[in-house]
Design a protein around this ligand. Structure first.
Ligand code: SF4
Length: 248
């Protein structure tokens, strides 16, 4: 084979997808369903409260093979109600559409966790999905500081619009941490979601598990007033997480 021919050889997606972790029995990744969840490497953002910072890089050498995942999914076929792609930011992996199609081909419903960092890629996979969990980060003005990524506000806004317009069942969730988000910003973000027509809104209490940022308080609870103001905006609202100490 000539060297020129070598230049056009592309390995199959099953060899290129970068799966960092797999949970065959997740209870909380898709509300109301028991799922298998795949965690893909790669995220262009750097939120201080990230639970999976080891998945932000695409360059990890510790990967799970697609063949192993497919075998695991077949094994758990009768005990799970769907498969969730999470991360990192799963749309960072160009193999995501192929992986979704493969999972659907096995008969599973498919959910996606996304920050909306890649709206063009999200738009392509939305027609394949049965559910989306969209991680809203802040109000527009606070986005780039929270994510550490210039331009993230515009990208997340576009993605949020695409999700609602798609008609795919979804929830918007906003993680509360008082050092990263003011109550005014949280309320503005919730108003944005309501204005768009988000079906369901979740205010997530910060959990420190997995967070490696050196200067972030381990505990942070929203005020009861903030919870009630956001609750009042949505017919489907959930306060998710540790409630100990929250005066509601
Ligand atoms: S967008 Fe998600 S995966 Fe990326 S840094 Fe933020 S919390 Fe972590």
């Amino acid at each position: 084979m000539t060297s020129a021919a070598h230049a056009f050889i592309v390995s199959p997606w099953t060899a290129r997808i970068r799966i960092g972790a797999f949970n065959p029995a997740a209870e909380h990744d898709w509300p109301g369903r028991r799922t298998a969840t795949l965690f893909l490497h790669g995220c262009p953002w750097r939120c201080a409260y990230c639970h999976n910072p080891e998945l932000q890089s695409r360059s990890s050498m510790r990967l799970l093979s697609w063949e192993k995942i497919a075998t695991e999914l077949a094994t758990h076929r009768h005990t799970i109600d769907g498969v969730v792609f999470s991360g990192g930011e799963p749309t960072a992996d160009s193999c995501l559409p192929d992986a979704i199609l493969a999972v659907k081909g096995m008969g599973f419903a498919v959910g996606l966790h996304t920050s909306g960092a890649y709206p063009e890629r999200l738009e392509k996979v939305l027609p394949l999905l049965d559910w989306v969990g969209f991680d809203l980060k802040s109000d527009y003005d606070g986005y780039d500081t929270l994510t550490g990524a210039p331009g993230s506000a515009a990208r997340a806004t576009r993605s949020a619009q695409l999700i609602v317009a798609s008609g795919v069942t979804h929830e918007f969730r906003l993680t509360w941490h008082h050092e990263l988000l003011s109550e005014d910003a949280a309320l503005l973000a919730a108003h944005f979601a309501q204005h768009l027509g988000a079906q369901r809104f979740v205010l997530q209490v910060f959990r420190p598990e997995g967070v490696t940022h050196p200067a972030i308080a381990a505990h942070s609870l929203p005020s009861a007033d903030l919870v009630e103001q956001i609750r009042g905006l949505f017919t489907d609202f959930e306060l998710r997480g540790e409630l100990c100490g929250l005066a509601i």
